[in-house]
Design a protein around this ligand. Structure first.
Ligand code: MN
Length: 258
């Protein structure tokens, strides 16, 4: 099995090393194509307005000066010449990707791009202990390979990707695995902090408090908070079917030439 490993935290990130170890437990044929610099929050963007460059760092190990999506595109269409990957693994992200995080996340986007390329793809993220600002990779390290193996055995549709999140606990305290829905954060308390540089000019930081609103019990946000590993199947088709059906009866019409 050929595995492509990528991420959005960059080629030097600790979580990439964790994912390489996970991939190494599953196969000897592991390729790493990851961004040269951190791309968290890049979403599913791709580089169209400047040239793309990459460097080969070692055998089957490349750094791309671009986004996670660029990495998957370059890997599957250019860098890996002698056979497509059978699996894309993205992460392990430093911090969870839950609720609408998935719309901002470069980690998730790499798995989206893998899915679009016809390769089964899994995004993995390790929650951070926010109070202590500390990350313990043990849950991802301990359970990552077995979850990937179980997912591959189970299989999923071609248009679907898997979003796996590990709770911020010691590995021995993880309570189990739950298959969940994408939850919803309360993003109303987003703050923009203004500071001034040494010349007195203002600059700004987004301060994302990422509060947890009221959640259904089976949401990804709730189960990770409760100490479970969350597995959420996501799909790329964003159509809201109930609204489409409701509007179809009233808004759809033919013009004279239609
Ligand atoms: Mn990240």
């Amino acid at each position: 099995m050929r595995i492509l490993v990528t991420n959005d935290d960059g080629i030097h990130a600790d979580g990439l090393g964790v994912l390489e170890k996970i991939a190494g437990e599953l196969s000897d044929d592991v390729w790493v194509v990851a961004p040269e610099a951190e791309q968290s929050g890049a979403g599913h963007s791709l580089t169209l307005n400047q040239p793309l460059r990459y460097v080969k760092l070692a055998s089957r190990r490349y750094a791309v000066r671009g986004t996670p999506t660029d990495c998957v595109m370059m890997a599957t269409n250019h860098i890996i010449q002698d056979g497509a990957p059978d699996l894309v693994l993205s992460g392990v992200n430093r911090g969870s990707n839950l609720g609408e995080d998935v719309t901002y996340s470069g980690t998730i986007a790499a798995a989206m791009e893998g899915t679009l390329a016809g390769v089964p793809s899994i995004a993995l993220s390790q929650a951070v202990n926010v109070q202590e600002g500390r990350i313990d990779w043990a849950p991802a390290e301990t359970f990552g390979a077995s979850i990937v193996r179980d997912l591959l055995k189970e299989g999923w549709p071609e248009t679907v990707l898997m979003n796996v999140n590990f709770p911020a606990l010691g590995a021995e305290s993880v309570k189990g695995i739950e298959v969940t829905h994408q939850g919803q954060r309360d993003v109303t308390d987003m703050r923009i902090e203004a500071r001034h540089d040494m010349r007195g000019l203002p600059y700004y930081w987004f301060a994302l408090s990422r509060a947890l609103g009221a959640q259904p019990e089976d949401s990804d946000l709730q189960v990770v908070r409760d100490g479970f590993i969350s597995v959420t199947p996501l799909h790329l088709n964003l159509t809201h079917e109930a609204t489409r059906q409701r509007m179809e009866g009233t808004l759809s019409r033919r013009f004279e030439n239609g």
